[in-house]
Ligand binder design. Structure first.
Ligand code: GLN
Length: 304
């Protein structure tokens, strides 16, 4: 398969398409991004690395970070993690409050905000310095010592984070947050502010395409079974109430963020990251979805 050629062809097609959607201006700093950025990077388990466009420029990874925090927490606490967060698609927007009361404060899955906030709480309970440990974990899985949070974006989100404050306090009232909401939210906003390029994202996710082992040194990050489960959750919950659509159009497990990034994983083959900041109504990158749909159509390969 000539991935380089396919990537370039799809890139040209996507570039030519109308740029619909809107920036995630609800986080004021994200409103300052150039809406016409477009980058893609693909890393394969056979050590091929190909990229195009703005693939080496940093983006705010936002909810993509929820995959890293889940992997770290899963690695640390094992299967008991599923007592605190469920594994069902929510069919609701990422910041929805509606199901929590009926579900007794157990979020439907770890990728909606409610679930990711509970995962942050678990990490805080188990780690002395959760921000440092989280960053070290992402640096380790991506063989990249250069990664940093963006304080400006974290502060910007904190300044308007009323819904996440409501979610966290509500879950606390139902007994599923053990630490102080302020500390939990500070950690949550911080990890969402992590900045990575498409190239760095594709490389960081590659172990999920490789049975849980890093490709560079075969170090086990997660077991095969844990890896399967993370990929299953990305498949069913990675795009909130558009997860079905992504499975239907693209056919790969993946995760989006409101910074306009999307990462998808093809187990046994590759990881791919796309960035286009304008989002559709469900909060997923408009051109990012389009790119991946065209890419799996051209390669004629997906998990289905
Ligand atoms: N930090 C963002 C929020 O909580 C993450 C949302 C997302 O990327 N979908 O609103």
């Amino acid at each position: 398969m000539n991935y380089k050629e396919i990537l370039e062809r799809v890139m040209n097609n996507v570039r030519a398409e109308k740029s619909l959607g809107k920036l995630a201006t609800y986080i004021p700093e994200l409103g300052n991004i150039d809406p016409y950025k477009l980058g893609v990077h693909l890393s394969t388990v056979n050590n091929l690395d190909v990229g195009s466009g703005d693939n080496q420029e940093k983006l705010s990874i936002q909810s993509i970070a929820k995959v890293f925090s889940l992997c770290l927490a899963y690695k640390m606490v094992g299967e008991s993690i599923w007592k605190r967060v469920d594994v069902e698609p929510s069919g609701n927007p990422f910041n929805s409050l509606v199901q929590l009361e009926a579900d007794n404060g157990i979020p439907r899955n770890p990728f909606i905000n409610a679930g990711a906030i509970v995962i942050c709480d678990i990490l805080i309970s188990h780690l002395e310095r959760p921000k440092d440990a989280f960053l070290s974990f992402v640096k380790e899985i991506s063989d990249n010592p250069e990664l940093t949070f963006c304080q400006k974006i974290a502060d910007s989100e904190k300044s308007i984070g009323y819904r996440n404050v409501a979610l966290c306090n509500f879950i606390k009232s139902l007994g599923n947050i053990k630490n102080e909401p302020e500390e939990v939210l500070d950690f949550y906003f911080c990890l969402c502010s992590l900045e990575m390029s498409c190239k760095e994202l594709a490389q960081a996710f590659l172990f999920l395409a490789n049975g849980g082992k890093k490709v560079s040194d075969e170090k086990e990050i997660l077991t095969k079974s844990q890896t399967k489960r993370i990929n299953a959750l990305m498949q069913t919950c990675g795009f909130y109430d558009e997860s079905g659509e992504f499975a239907f159009e693209v056919g790969l497990p993946g995760k989006s963020g409101v910074g306009g990034g999307i990462v998808a994983v093809f187990p046994g083959n590759y990881s791919i990251a796309v960035w286009s900041p304008k989002l559709n109504a469900k909060g997923n990158s408009y051109k990012g979805m389009m790119f991946l749909e065209m890419f799996t159509t051209e390669t004629e390969a997906s998990i289905f």
